[in-house]
Design a protein around this ligand. Structure first.
Ligand code: ATR
Length: 267
């Protein structure tokens, strides 16, 4: 029996227990995957308690990914560059921190949406934690260039400097986005949460693949992409399932079939 959970605050609406139950069923594994609401300033206490109860690992969602980064005793390269941890595997007294968000996005783009990232020009909107979490896995696919555009230009410039060793990146303000098509646009801002779409040049979406990391509803970014002739428009539901699959494999060594789970959640 694998003893697992997801920590967050709030956590009530998390789809993770359902997703992991489907993975366990597919693979014939016994998994007990719980939802744990940790008090905002008591993540490490709650996590330690769960570990002491014999847990094999856990996922971490908003707002605890940085706390989990600090809680981990070891970090994968992905987790280090992301500066955040969404998955911990427990081996004896070791808490190994991983971040599967970016790999989940890449797997959704490549395997589900059939998009080859090699030599593509990618524009990322936003330069917060979500962007930092996806940059290394995207750069590992050898795109031609990743442009990071942010409302606060200095944050985009900082990410550009931090990731320049891993590939061709540039960083600038949203107002510097050119009115000409790119291959892929990823919305990694939290603007959709406020029902907003950043005010940017419309021409960049013409024929582009437009991907919103958010899921669950048609976002203002997705509407903007449709209005501006995007070729493919996707939300982050596939990424959610793919990152869960990577966590599941990290804990159990078994790789689940994600397609069936994505289809079921969409229905
Ligand atoms: P997350 O962990 O989701 O990335 P975050 O680290 O708080 O959250 O980052 C939020 C990102 O969304 C930032 O890039 C933010 O831009 P600023 O750095 O200028 O604050 C961006 N963002 C949020 N609301 C936005 C809006 N209405 N228009 C444009 N960008 C917005």
């Amino acid at each position: 029996m694998y003893k697992l959970a997801v920590f967050g605050n709030p956590i009530e609406h998390s789809l993770s227990p359902d997703i992991h139950a489907q993975f366990a069923h597919q693979l014939g594994l016994k998994v007990d995957y719980d939802k744990i609401l940790a008090p905002i300033d008591e993540f490490s206490k709650s996590a330690q308690q769960f570990a002491d109860e014999g847990a094999n690992g856990f996922n971490i969602t908003v707002p605890f990914k940085l706390d989990a980064f600090n809680f981990a005793t070891e970090l994968t390269l992905n987790a280090k560059t992301a500066g955040a941890v969404n998955t911990i595997k427990i081996i004896n007294d070791q808490y190994i921190g991983e971040n599967t968000d970016g790999i989940g996005l890449v797997n959704d783009l490549i395997n589900n949406l059939k998009i080859d990232l090699k030599d593509k020009v990618i524009l990322i909107l936003g330069a917060g934690g979500a962007t930092q979490g996806i940059l290394l896995p995207l750069l590992n696919q050898k795109p031609k260039r990743i442009m990071i555009a942010n409302r606060t230009a200095s944050k985009a410039e900082k990410l550009q400097r931090d990731f320049s060793a891993y590939g061709n990146t540039c960083g600038f303000g949203l107002d510097k986005i050119k009115d000409e098509p790119v291959d892929i646009i990823i919305n990694a801002t939290s603007a959709s949460l406020d029902g907003k779409m950043p005010n940017i040049a419309n021409g960049c979406a013409n024929g582009a693949i437009c991907y919103d990391l958010m899921y669950g509803k048609q976002t203002p970014f997705m509407n903007w992409a449709k209005d501006n002739n995007a070729s493919i428009i996707a939300d982050g539901l596939g990424m959610l399932v793919e990152q869960a699959a990577c966590s599941f494999e990290f804990w159990t060594g078994s790789k689940p079939d994600t397609q069936a789970v994505i289809e079921k959640l969409r229905r």
